[in-house]
Design a protein around this ligand. Sequence first.
Ligand SMILES: Cc1cc2nc3c(=O)[nH]c(=O)nc-3n(C[C@H](O)[C@H](O)[C@H](O)COP(=O)(O)O)c2cc1C
Length: 351
Amino acid sequence: MAGEGSAWLAGLEERAAAVLAPEVRDYVALGSGRMVTLREAEAAWRIPRLAPHVLRDTTTVDLSVDLLGTRAAVPWHVAPISLLRAVHPDGDLAVARATAAAGAVMTVSSNTGTGFAQIGATGVRWWLQVYLPADRTLAGPLLDRAVEAGAEAVVLTVDTPVVASRESGGPTVWDVVDPALVGVNFDPGYDTRTAAAKALDLGPHDLDWLAARTGLPVVVKGVLRPDDARRCVQAGAAAVWVSNHGGRQLDRAVATASCLPAVVDAVAGDAQVYVDGGLRRGLDVLTALALGADAVFLGRPVPWALAEGEPGVSRLHAELRTELTEALRLAGCRGVADTRGLIAPVPPTPR
Ligand SMILES: Cc1cc2nc3c(=O)[nH]c(=O)nc-3n(C[C@H](O)[C@H](O)[C@H](O)COP(=O)(O)O)c2cc1C
C-alpha cells in the first residue's frame, strides 16, 4: 500500500525503544559528549537539494553497485555494530541471513559475540571490522579466524584511539550484558592484556601490515578530512569510509553529509568512497550517492530492525529497496551511476 513503507521506517526507532531493555536501548541510540554530532547527522542529509532529470525511461531501475570489484545488488550495506546479541538472541546471524537475502554486505564488528565461522556459514558476503591494539601481533589470531571464515575485506576503524566518554548516569549496557556475548573471536583473555588497549600510534604503515597479514583489501573507516583520505589512498587503501562513528567518538565532529563531497574530490577515483551516519531513508541514500559515495552503510537502523528479529531486518532491506527505487524514478535515474550530477548548484530555499 502506498505510504505504508515509509511509516514502517519512520517508526523503527520508537518501536525498538519500546521493546529493548533501557540499557541496551541507550547503548544503541545515544552518542558521546553532549551529542551535538549525533543530533546533526540525520538533518545534514536533508540540506542538499536535487535537480531531477525528466523524459527518461525508468521502467527498469538497477540498484546494483560495484563494491571492491564485485557487484552488490544494492548500494546500502551493514556497518559494524557490536553487541547485536544483546539486542536480540539471534543477533548477528539474523542480520547475516537477512542481509545475504537482500544482496548486501555485512561488516562484522571485531567485538561480536558470534563466531566468524557461523556468520560465514550463512552465506552472507562479509567484511571484518578491526581496531588495532598497541601490540599489533595480538590481533593476528582474530585476523586469521576472519580470513578462514571467508571475510572479503578488512575495515580498520581509525576514529577510536580511545573510547569517548558518555554523559550517562545509572547502569549501562556493560552492567547488564552477559560477558560471554562479547569478543568471542579473540583469544581467551585478550581484553585483559595491557597491550590489547587500542593503539594510540596508528599510521599509514598499519594499512600495509593489515593487507600483508590478511591478503585482503583494506578499508579505512572514520575518515572525515580530504587530506587524510588522500593519505589513506597513498597508503594503499582500497576504500575510504567517511564516518564519525555515529556521533559516538569526537563530539562536535562534522556531519558526514557535509564532508563527503570534499573527500570524494580528494580521492579522485583512486579508491572507493563509502559513507555512514544518520542515513535512514531511501532519499538519504539517494543524496549520499548523488554526493559521490560509491555505497552507504547503515548503523542504528540495523539493531532497531533486529529488535523485531530477522523479519525486521528483512523488512528494513525491503523498505529501503522500495523507497530508493521510487526516489530514483522521481529523480529520472535508471541506476546509481545516473545519480552523479543530481545535486542542484543552488543553496536550499530559506524557511
Ligand atoms: C550500537 C553501536 C555499536 C557500534 N559498534 C561499532 C564497532 O564495533 N566498530 C565500529 O567501527 N563501529 C561501530 N559503531 C559505529 C557504526 O559502525 C557506524 O559508524 C554508525 O553507527 C553509523 O551511524 P548511524 O548509526 O547513524 O547509521 C557502532 C554503532 C552503534 C550504534
